[in-house]
Design a protein around this ligand. Sequence first.
Ligand code: SF4
Length: 249
Amino acid sequence: MKLIFSGIIIPVSTIDWYGRSVSVVFFNGCNFRCLYCSNNRFIKVANQRLEPLYRGGDAIAIEDIEKQVHDSRMFISAVVFSGGEPTAHPQELEHLARFAKGQGLLVGIETNGYYSERLAGLIEKKLVDKMFLDIKAPLDNAEQYRMITGGVGDAAERVKKTLDLEDIDIEVRTTIFRSFADVPAIASSLSGRNLTYVIQQGRPEYAPDEKLKKEKPFTREELMDLARNMSFLRDVRIRTREKGEERIV
Ligand code: SF4
């Protein structure tokens, strides 16, 4: 079977799944156009064109991805599929998740949560062990969700379905900026759930939105203060440029 898709891979990473050394496979392409998408950074593709990472890149034979994962096998315990949005490529994602499982590796998926039925299918087939779910705004605020994701009107309701999926270890992540940092409201909707919540320091300098680019990023101290107010959750962390991931609650 020779599937082709656009993607890049980091053979060994220690920052994408806390406590684990993993390979990260980035799928290109995303159904959202978030105001702050850091994947807006340009990459050079084989024919020397420049393209935003989320829109497209080199086509890579899926066997090459498998070979890179196989070659990293001694140093990793899992593969994380990231993007872009990995579930936007359901066939390729399932194929590679099955391959990783066959290598005895755990599988993590970083997702915007839009394609809940695709994620449910992978969970049912036992092809995913951990989901890193990006929640961008309070799930009862469809308008804010639509604004942040570049006009995806049903994003909030579909992400809510993903959050409600069962039989999967979930880490929820929110990247915050001063213009939309309603993490207390997001956190209260997570109350009573058995999950980890990570507040990520947004990087305005990488945002495609010109207004956002001029913002001052949240400081580590500010993030710590926000996290301390969420002691009603089981496990709250912050992730900053300075110190990486730190557990606060
Ligand atoms: S969901 Fe992620 S990859 Fe897609 S546009 Fe938003 S930030 Fe970028």
